[in-house]
Design a protein around this ligand. Structure first.
Ligand code: MSP
Length: 490
């Protein structure tokens, strides 16, 4: 917590503003893969930011969804022997089922096969075409179906895409292109200069530098259509081609709001926050802003790119067969146990190596023996002393805590809370209330209970159920209960 340096996020007065609107999004997940903790970490990150913004009095819209077109989905559907739409319905449902189980409170779930999304996207792409932002040309390149993008030979390792462990295919066809190169100088200025009318943040800093160096070095116009991928939105002026999946997928952030009649969240004064994984940063930090500028629409305020969960040094993904599924984690650790383990291992700046034994160890030490044990001990003595507590104190979030949450340093935010837990535990042990009686005992217990309420307040965005339980257990007549986090065998 010591390095509470002033971040660019603080400079734009990101938080603490009443009546401020906050729009947070996750990527929309491809339905070729079932939900794993790689997807879960971004959705939980958005959930914590959304809850935190609400706690600060902001009006919030939180969006997630599924990305359902493209070659990758057709490939997965045909492997299962199911028509693409049916396949999308099934896999999309798995995402829609798991988020509420993790107590994730998104305001809408967008599916790109929704006819309204198609309609809105067609309008936007037509506008770009009418404005002369799109042209046709012949193009050939190496295409990775796993990434759904062209990749250069220098990205390959042993002739294969390192993220998907498969060779790309050579594709040559006549496609439509968006004039991305035209926007390069504006984008560089927009990322670097807070006074630019298009200013937006790319975070963390290392990722910003990557985007800037690519913008200064390696940009070509981007193909926006495919000639041989029937599973997609038809190009409105040329029905022989479908839209390149990425181009319409990016528009989900806008179309979801229009579908919900909430375009008031796509406005200049709204804090629009896109959370993404590092491999899809370019699309969000360069292609999408360029499209928005061309469309004369407001830009997001921040694009935050996190790293990956790794298992034995490899990225977690279905194609590599090493996924950790959130359902499995919930079975072992419960909902808030899972949330805690994901937040504390969130791959903020570096890749995060995870595994079951590490998770179980952390669960037992921090939750079962840490917070859970403290709550039980305090409650037992309160019950014995017949302590009652009226809700009184109002809490707030200290700046250094707010800073870590807003910058997605969830491990640090939780470490801040756990320092308090350790402190309360220590004081409790030093005062030995089990040896006290009468007013002295009540006084000690009251102090611990107030601290537990403060801990619950700070936990609200991360472990909402636990926070509620603590508040409820320590209000009115206090009674001992079954442990919040039963210890589990390693
Ligand atoms: N459909 C596109 C996103 C379009 S957004 C307009 C896509 N989908 S994805 O399902 O492949 O990936 C979605 C997100 O999951 C990405 O942000 C990606 O980084 C994240 N993760 C997938 N595997 C991951 C890990 N192993 N670890 C952390 N996150 C990773 O890309």
């Amino acid at each position: 917590m010591k390095e509470a340096r002033k971040s660019s996020r603080d400079d734009v007065k990101y938080c603490h503003t009443m009546n401020q609107k906050y729009y947070v999004t996750t990527p929309i997940y491809y339905v070729n893969d079932i939900p794993h903790i790689g997807h879960t970490c971004t959705t939980l990150a958005a959930d914590a930011l959304a809850r935190f913004a609400k706690q600060q009095g902001k009006e919030v819209f939180f969006l997630t969804g599924t990305d359902e077109h493209g070659a990758k989905v057709v490939e997965a559907a045909s492997k299962e022997g199911v028509p693409p739409q049916e396949f999308c319905d099934q896999v999309s449902q798995r995402f829609r089922d798991i988020w509420p189980r993790l107590n994730i409170q998104n305001d809408y779930f967008i599916r790109t096969t929704n006819p309204k999304h198609k309609e809105i996207f067609s309008r936007l792409i037509n506008q770009l075409y009418d404005q002369g932002e799109i042209y046709k040309k012949k193009y050939g390149g190496w295409y990775c179906v796993g990434c759904e993008k062209y990749i250069t030979e220098k990205d390959l390792v042993d002739g294969k895409c390192p993220d998907h462990n498969r060779p790309p295919i050579w594709q040559e066809e006549e496609n439509y292109f968006f004039k991305l190169t035209k926007y390069v100088p504006i984008l560089i200025e927009a990322i670097q200069n807070p006074h630019s009318p298009y200013y937006y943040q790319v975070e963390p800093e290392a990722k910003r530098n990557e985007v800037l160096s690519r913008l200064k070095d390696d940009v070509i116009d981007i193909s926006i259509s495919r000639a041989n991928v029937p599973w997609g939105i038809p190009i409105p002026w040329d029905k022989e081609q479908t839209t390149y999946v990425w181009i319409e997928a990016l528009c989900n952030y806008y179309s979801a709001l229009e579908i919900n009649n909430r375009l008031d969240f796509w406005a200049k004064d709204v804090e629009i926050d896109h959370l993404v994984g590092k491999e899809i940063l370019w699309f969000h930090a360069a292609v999408w802003p360029a499209m928005l500028i061309a469309l004369n629409l407001p830009l997001p305020k921040r694009i935050f790119a996190h790293n990956f969960y790794m298992v034995d040094g490899q990225k977690m993904s279905k194609s590599l067969g090493n996924v950790i599924a959130p359902e499995e984690m919930i079975k072992r650790y419960g909902v808030d146990g899972t949330r805690y383990l994901i937040y504390t291992s969130f791959p903020h700046t570096n890749d995060s190596d995870v595994g079951w034994s590490r998770f179980t160890e952390k669960y037992n030490s921090d939750l079962a023996n840490g917070l859970g044990n403290l709550v039980s001990r305090v409650a037992r003595l309160c019950e014995k002393a017949q302590l009652e507590r009226k809700p009184e104190v109002q809490f707030g979030c200290p700046n250094e805590f707010t800073h870590t949450v807003n910058n997605l340093k969830f491990d640090q935010a939780l470490a801040y809370i756990w320092e308090k837990i350790t402190q309360v535990d220590k004081t409790f042990n030093e005062q030995e209330p089990w040896k006290q009686s009468g007013e002295a005992l009540k006084k000690t217990l009251r102090t611990s209970v107030t601290s537990l309420h403060e801990i619950a307040y700070l936990l609200t965005s991360f472990l909402p159920q636990t926070a509620e339980q603590i508040k409820e257990q320590f209000t009115g007549e206090i009674q001992a209960r079954t442990p919040l986090f039963p210890k589990i065998d390693a």
